[in-house]
Design a protein around this ligand. Structure first.
Ligand code: SAM
Ligand code: SF4
Length: 478
C-alpha cells in the first residue's frame, strides 16, 4: 500500500499513474502511425516518456490518447513497490486481450520493470512484443522494425554515459507553464530497500550546457517553471573533458536561476547526506529558486537508518533540517517515510513519529515496506514485520503527518504570497490555481483581471484545507 497527503508537483504523482499522454503543443506533422503511452512511477519516468515521444515522432509515430487507434502501445513502468508492478501486470493483461482483436498492434514495456524482469515478460509470460530498459530508448526504432517483422525485441543494456542530453523532449500533457528537466540518471547510493540502482544503473550527470539550453528554450516558449530532476540531485557533478569547467549542483542551480528572474526553479530529490550549505545559500540568494526541499528521512530511528544504508543518523538529519531553517526560515520541507522495514520495533516506529513532529513537514509520501527482489535488504535481512503491523504503523504515520499538514496550511491564513498561475482550478474555470514558492497550491477567483497562465500575482490567503489554500488577488506582479 502506498499513500500520500497531497500532490504538489512532487516526485510521485499518484493521480497521474497510468495517465495516457497526448502532445501538449499542436503538432502539425502528418504521422503514418500512432503510438499510445502510459506512464507509471516517478517524474523521471514521466520525463522519459517525453524523450521516447521525441524519438518516436522522428520515426513517423504521432501520439494518441486512444489505445484503440494505436499501432504501438507502450507502458513506461515502475518497480519501486510490488503494488506498482501488479498494476502494470493488470494493464498488460488488458492489452493482451485487446491484441487478440488487433494482432498487428505492438506492445512494449519500458522503464524499471523492463530492466528488472528482462526477457521474462517476453518468454515466460508472452505478454509483450518488446522490452526496453531506461538506457536503451535510442534503440526503439530498430526494435520496432524487428517486432514488425515478427521478431521479439529486447534491449535492457544499462549505460554509464547515456543521458539523452541531445534529445529535446516532446512535452506531453503539460500545462504549458511548468516542465521537468532531467539533470542526471541512475543512482549510486544503494539504500538497501531500493531497486532503483539495479533498474536505472550507475549515476551520471548530464552536460550542463544542454540543461541550460533546454531550460532557456522552455522559457522562450513561455514556460515559467522548471523542475530539475534526479534521484539524488545534490550529487550532480559535471566536468568537461579538459576539466576546465566544473559544475556542482549549487552552480547548476545558479546558472538556471540566472536565465531569467521570471523562471522559477525547483528540484527533486535531495538526499540529506549530499545537500550542502552551498546549495542552501544559492537557494537563499535567488528569489526565483523556490523555497522547498524534498528531504526524505525514510525512518526516524538511527538503527533502522543504518540497516537502510542511508549513511546519516537521526541527529545528523535533524541538524540538516535546523540548518535549512536557519538559512531559509520560510523554506518548506517535505519527506518520504517507510514503515515496517526489516526488524523495525515499536520503539523505532515511535522515533519515526517523533521525527515527523520535529520535521513539521508540509507533506510526506508514506509507504509500508515492500521487499524487492535483488535488493540488498532482500538478500541480507528477513522481511519480518507482519503486514498488519506495517499497515497499522503506516496509518499512525499518516495521522501524525496529516495533523501537521492541516496545521501548516492553517498557519498561512492572512499571509500574502507570490503565486505563479498554472491552470484553471479543477473545480471551476472562474478560479485560477497556482503555487507559492513553498509549493503550496493556492486557488483564487480570476475576478476582472485580464490574466493568463504563466502570470505572477500576489494572493492573500483567507481559507485553508490540509492540502489547498484559498485566497484573493491583491496585486498583479508586473
Ligand atoms: N531517490 C529518491 C530518494 O532517495 O529519496 C527517491 C527514490 S524512490 C523513487 C521514492 C521513494 O519510494 C523513496 O524515498 C522511498 O520512501 C520509497 N521506496 C523505495 N523503495 C521502497 C520499498 N522497497 N518499499 C517501500 N517504499 C519504498
Ligand atoms: Fe533509491 Fe536511495 Fe538511490 Fe533514492 S537514493 S533512488 S532511495 S538507492
Amino acid at each position: 500500500m502506498s499513500t500520500m497527503l497531497e500532490l504538489q508537483g512532487k516526485v510521485i504523482h499518484e493521480e497521474r499513474q497510468g495517465e495516457a499522454y497526448a502532445p501538449f503543443e499542436l503538432d502539425s506533422n502528418e504521422y503514418k502511425k500512432k503510438f499510445y503511452i502510459e506512464s507509471y512511477g516517478c517524474s523521471m519516468n514521466f520525463n522519459d516518456s517525453e524523450i521516447v515521444a521525441s524519438i518516436l515522432n522522428k520515426e513517423g509515430f504521432g501520439a494518441t490518447k486512444f489505445m484503440e487507434e494505436a499501432n504501438l502501445v507502450l507502458l513506461n513502468t515502475c518497480s519501486i513497490r510490488d503494488k506498482a508492478e501488479q498494476t502494470v501486470r493488470n494493464r498488460l493483461n488488458i492489452f493482451r486481450s485487446f491484441k487478440k482483436e488487433r494482432p498487428d498492434m505492438l506492445i512494449g514495456v519500458l522503464g524499471c520493470m523492463a530492466e528488472r524482469l528482462k526477457g521474462k515478460l517476453l518468454e515466460e509470460e508472452k505478454l509483450v512484443d518488446m522490452v526496453i530498459g531506461p538506457d536503451a530508448y535510442r534503440s526503439l526504432p530498430n526494435l520496432i522494425a524487428e517486432a514488425e517483422g515478427g521478431q521479439k525485441g529486447v534491449n535492457v543494456l544499462l549505460s554509464r554515459e547515456e543521458t539523452y542530453s541531445d534529445i529535446a523532449p516532446v512535452r506531453l500533457d503539460s500545462n504549458g507553464v511548468s516542465a521537468f528537466v532531467s539533470i542526471m540518471r541512475g543512482c549510486n547510493n544503494m539504500c538497501t530497500f531500493c531497486v532503483v540502482p539495479f533498474t536505472r544503473g550507475r549515476e551520471r550527470s548530464r552536460d550542463a550546457k544542454s540543461i541550460i539550453a533546454e531550460a532557456q528554450d522552455l522559457f522562450d516558449r513561455g514556460y515559467k517553471e522548471v523542475t530539475l530532476l534526479g534521484q539524488n540531485v545534490d550529487s550532480y557533478y559535471y566536468t568537461t573533458h579538459d576539466s576546465e569547467e566544473e559544475v556542482t549542483f549549487a552552480k547548476l542551480l545558479e546558472m538556471v536561476a540566472q536565465i531569467d528572474p521570471k523562471l522559477r526553479v525547483r528540484f527533486s530529490t535531495s538526499h540529506p547526506k549530499d545537500i550542502t550549505d552551498d546549495v542552501l545559500f544559492t537557494m537563499a540568494k535567488y528569489h526565483n529558486i523556490c523555497k522547498a526541499i524534498h528531504l526524505p528521512v525514510q525512518s526516524g530511528s538511527t538503527r533502522i537508518l543504518q540497516l537502510m544504508n542511508r549513511t546519516y543518523t537521526r541527529e545528523w538529519y535533524m541538524k540538516k533540517v535546523e540548518r535549512i531553517r536557519e538559512i531559509m526560515p520560510e523554506c518548506a520541507i517535505t519527506s518520504d517515510i517507510i514503515t515496517g522495514f526489516c526488524t523495525e520495533t515499536e520503539e523505532d516506529h515511535q522515533y519515526t513519529l517523533d521525527m515527523i513532529n520535529f520535521g513539521k513537514y508540509d507533506l510526506s509520501y508514506m509507504y509500508s515496506y515492500s521487499e524487492r527482489p535483488g535488493t540488498l535488504a532482500q538478500r541480507r535481512y528477513a522481511d519480518d514485520v507482519p503486514e498488519e503491523v506495517k499497515k497499522r504503523r503506516l496509518t499512525e504515520v499518516i495521522d501524525v503527518q496529516r495533523a501537521w499538514s492541516a496545521k501548516n496550511y492553517e498557519q498561512e491564513i492572512g499571509k500574502t504570497f507570490e503565486v505563479l498561475i498554472e491552470a484553471d482550478s479543477r473545480r471551476s474555470d472562474k478560479d485560477w490555481s497556482g503555487r507559492n514558492t513553498q509549493g503550496k497550491v493556492i486557488v483564487f477567483p480570476k475576478g476582472d483581471y485580464n490574466l493568463q497562465k504563466g502570470d505572477y500575482v500576489l494572493v492573500k490567503v483567507n481559507k485553508a484545507t490540509s492540502g489547498t489554500l484559498m485566497g484573493e488577488i491583491v496585486e498583479v506582479v508586473g
